[in-house]
Design a binder for this molecule. Sequence first.
Ligand code: TEU
Length: 537
Amino acid sequence: MCTQKEKRLLDFTVYQIYPRSFYDSNGDGVGDLEGIKQKTPHLHALGVNAVWLCPCYPSPCADNGYDVSNYTDIHPLFGDMSDWERLRARLRKSGIRLIMDFVANHTSDEHPFFQQAKTSKDNPYHEYYIWSKTPNTWKSVFGGKAWTYNPATDEYYLHSFDKKQPDLNWKNPRVRKEMQAVVDFWTDKGVDGFRCDVLDFIAKDFSENKLFGGKYLPKYIKELFGRKKTARLFTVGECQTNQATIGDICGLEKGKLSTVFQFDHMRIRGNDKFRPKAFSFDKLKNTLTRWQNFAQKRGIILTLFTDNHDYPYFLSRYGDEGDFRYFSATMYAAMLFFLRGIPFIYQGQEYGAINPYYERIEDFDDVESKNRYQKLLKTCSHEIAIREINVGSRDNTRRPFAWTEDSDDCYGFSNAAPWIAPHTRAKIINLQTDMRAPLSVFRFYQRLFSLRKSHERLRYGSFHALNTNKNAFVYERVYQKNRALIVCNYDCAQTLALPKRFCENGYALALHNYPDRIENPFSPYFRPYETAVYLSK
Ligand code: TEU
């Protein structure tokens, strides 16, 4: 059973673009909107039908655009509003919807609101932010205190992230009105939806010592997206949520988010990405299964993602960077994107990108990484510190997209020196080299998205985990008696216990990553990182 509203959401396949690093069309070393427009054929060839565009608004870029100084304009680095309108038109021509990033929790300290607010307690904008004479012990996500002193008013302001990102006071109805106006501005311009940055942080609760996830979150979300004007929008909230609370903010009812990013599967190796614990594939499988079973019982549509601009590459954390890079990239692609939910693929994932490595902290840009490095230097050598930064830095996935193997133009990204050091492995790991290879991650993704598009069972089907061997994830999708069996083997070759009914010839092999499986499609023997997808006839 799948309602029309669920089907509309499950039909989305979203590509996340970090505009600064995607493609530089005007030779200033920074990606831009015209560059994205020129690369629309790549997105269309891949088979995605929506783009999530990370912030491209005016910003001092203390946090690369997540510190917005004007919510209703375009940063000159990326172009202007007419470039944005041309991009939207070009994407739409290719049947690709546009989802903008909505940074609701905080502004830049250079936003006119804060420039006013900090001058005096009597300023009409002062209560747009959160002040205290006696700050509590809350810490910034980027390290250090979450409060910074403001001499003009002899008090401290709250910033959950960098001190150049003062948190907005969502308890103030004027703030909520201002942010509704931002949503309405872009909705009127024809965006198809919003990715809502740290949305749970807008509901703080001092009485319960909650920096995020306070009791007013459902109310604020309903005020934003429960209106007639916003009813058509696709909305995805980035939230530190759990199965007890997700239903309050996400679901098919009016005024709730279409879906959320929750991060349980991204934290299998612990909460500190700079110091990852040992990986357990079994734990990943059980976490994904728990959320799949929960979501379909509760009528919640999940996001399916492994990579984004805040985490090191999934392959470097959970897969293989060496001889099995292609196989692990494609096994995880099948494993995640055939689950029930909305696939989100991040730029670079389509050619099997893995983490780069740098010896110098000067080759890093991210505020979180640089703060961490400075803190590490207090207790350890540069060599130990830089190793940890390479492991966990958000810059891992913010390096310029590697279109070609040609280092002369920064691997097809720009004719100028790029804003950040290029990927150290771009010469061998880039889209052009991948597409020329007999085993291509990109071509596997093309077939995967095409398969999803042509078989409703892979989008709308119910999920059923088949507990087989350890270190393998085997599950079925079932829709209107049509079945799909997805077999994913982790890192050691083994013979898998597959369902009895499956072995008869009622199925056809539809996708596989070891070419020679075609000779013996129903073999239960699976090699390291081997995946195979079968459809009932
Ligand atoms: O990220 C929220 C967030 O907490 C992540 O930055 C991540 O958890 C962090 O790197 C700790 O490891 C969102 C955006 O995705 C991120 O890029 C912004 O820096 C952040 O909000 C502030 O806007």
